[in-house]
Design a binder for this molecule. Structure first.
Ligand code: XMP
Length: 517
């Protein structure tokens, strides 16, 4: 049995970029299982095998008018299931049905559309004019008689939505999956419920037994599974699933690299123990910090940390020959991304123990490879993880090393740790912690002259980074109320004597990144 079998499913054909994941997450939130298929691998057989009751064609960064534009064949029109093309997908469908796409000045950002066919089920609940979010250069200039125009852009008259008259094949130029299209979620729900008539029966926590059975079936008796637990929700959930599947043949290893948040090591250990997992705890902070001494470059720090992790795990794995497996908390975006754009620029090397299985000849288990973070959180809660823990902010594997610009020194580590704790405390008190994606303090080597008591002191500058995001791929700085910022600033500068200036980072990602390095 495959994951998702027995649930309503939608196939999403990915034409590149990040849009496919957002569509996929929105549909899963609505209660249908989704899988993303790259356009060059898409086929009627693949879609049938998934049991998909509908197909969505994603947006993408290319132009359908380019000679080698990503394409699929007109088989998509004959599949016999409803299809919704979004942006690039809308334009591609228009071409496939004999319409015309032209290069235009395009529409970017907030765009009003006029709905011409409010009776169509796709637009149930939409008013005659609605706000949408668009981002396109080319536009659909014409659709033939076998199609009906359902909506147009108010200001340009471009075709904003159409459908085939004789079957439920739709295109929309705007992006219903983004929050800036206020009725986008409703439109997707209409597509799933009214057009495709799918039952919304997908719940990630319902398939925990399935995941457990799968692990049990893969790992023969007598073989053990190593899980590197970091305290993060992905590795914790992975360990819990393995524990449930094979009991004491789980070897959970928690390495303290000395770059954790305040009180984190104790918190992680006590959580794991309360869930019946007794991890092998290795306090290697001295080794890590020693190796990081004098290292200023961030990627260099990541490399050193990754290498040291691997050495430690190698020792553990070699110490017990029955360890044959490594279970990793890889999630769906990692799986799709790694197959998506071969050779694409890697901005930061995020994989913390990459290369370990190959070196040790371990087989790999990835029980969370079909899930999004929010689904992992729900699975974790169903396995007994307290809600508050499951909703902790993501924390990078190399820890505070990537939140310290320049060399990691004891002093900067202490400042980053204390200041980050203050940021978290103030946000929790203001009821904002759960509303933001990540919130932390950064410290570098720049100084600011301050006055403490009667004397001038050269103090550190601490930068606060609080961002809102869906998945960490893009992010916006959070418009935190001034009073909350003021309290953070006041507490940091008064409770940490070495700090003389607190700043707030107000650049979104892109062009910036979330972590400072
Ligand atoms: P950036 O800084 O690239 O971060 O915008 C995006 C997300 O990834 C996290 N991050 C990391 N996670 N190892 C990790 O496990 C890393 O080296 C690393 N660097 C960044 C970051 O916290 C954010 O959620």
């Amino acid at each position: 049995m495959r994951i998702g079998e027995g649930y309503s499913a939608v196939a999403i054909i990915n034409f590149g970029g990040q849009y496919a994941h957002l569509i996929s997450r929105r549909l899963r939130e609505l209660g249908v299982y989704t899988e993303i298929i790259h356009y060059y691998e898409a086929s009627p057989e693949k879609i049938r095998k998934l049991g998909a009751g509908a197909v969505v064609l994603s947006g993408g960064p290319r132009s359908v008018l380019e000679p080698n534009a990503p394409r699929i064949g007109s088989w998509i029109l004959e599949l016999g299931v409803p299809v919704l093309g979004i942006c690039y997908g809308h334009q591609l469908l228009a071409l496939l049905i004999g319409g015309r796409v032209e290069r235009g000045p395009g529409e970017y950002g907030r765009t009003w559309v006029r709905v011409l066919r409010p009776s169509d089920p796709l637009f149930r609940g939409w008013g005659s004019e609605e706000e949408t979010w668009m981002s396109h250069g080319d536009y659909v200039a014409f659709v033939p008689d076998n199609a009906e125009v359902l909506a147009v852009s108010r200001d340009t008259g471009y075709i904003a939505a159409f459908r085939l008259r004789d079957r439920p094949i739709y295109g929309v130029q705007f992006h219903p999956e983004v929050a800036h299209t206020p009725k986008g979620r409703l439109l997707l729900d209409n597509f799933v419920s009214l057009v495709a008539k799918l039952q919304k029966n997908w719940k990630p926590e319902n398939i925990v037994d399935e995941l457990v059975r799968e692990i049990r079936a893969k790992v023969p008796p007598g073989e053990k599974v190593l899980v590197a637990v970091s305290g993060g929700i992905d590795s914790t959930t992975t360990a819990l699933l393995v524990k449930r599947a094979i009991g004491d043949r789980l070897v959970a290893v928690f390495v303290n690299h000395g770059l954790l948040r305040e009180g984190e090591a104790e918190e992680v250990l006590s959580l794991l123990r309360s869930l019946g997992i007794e991890p092998v705890y290795i306090d290697a902070s001295k080794v890590f910090l020693k190796r990081l001494r004098g290292i200023k470059d961030c990627e260099e720090k990541r490399k050193i940390i990754g290498k040291t992790f691997i050495e430690i795990f190698e020792d553990v794995a070699r110490s017990d020959p029955s360890i044959k497996w490594l279970a990793q908390g890889t999630t769906y975006p990692d799986v799709i991304e790694s197959g998506a754009v071969p050779g694409a620029d890697r901005i930061k090397s995020h994989h913390n123990v990459g290369g370990l299985p190959e070196r040790l000849g371990l087989k790999v288990l990835e029980p969370l490879r079909y899930f999004y973070k929010d689904e992992v959180r729900r699975i974790a809660i169903s396995l007994g993880v307290p809600r508050e823990y499951a909703y902790r902010h993501p924390f990078p594997g190399p820890g505070l090393a990537v939140r310290i610009i320049g060399e990691v020194t004891d002093e900067k580590l202490r400042i980053a740790r204390r200041a980050s704790r203050i940021v978290e405390e103030v946000l929790r008190k203001a009821g904002l912690y759960d509303r933001v994606w990540q919130a932390f303090a950064v410290v570098g080597d720049d100084k600011w002259v301050g006055v403490k008591g009667d004397s001038r002191v050269d103090g550190y500058i601490v930068t606060i980074r609080i961002v809102e995001s869906e998945d960490g791929m893009t992010a916006d700085w959070s418009r935190i109320p001034y009073e909350v910022l003021a309290e953070i600033s006041w507490r940091i500068s008064s409770e940490i004597p070495e700090v003389t200036m607190v700043t707030y980072a107000v650049t979104s990602k892109p062009p910036s990144t979330i972590e400072p390095c």
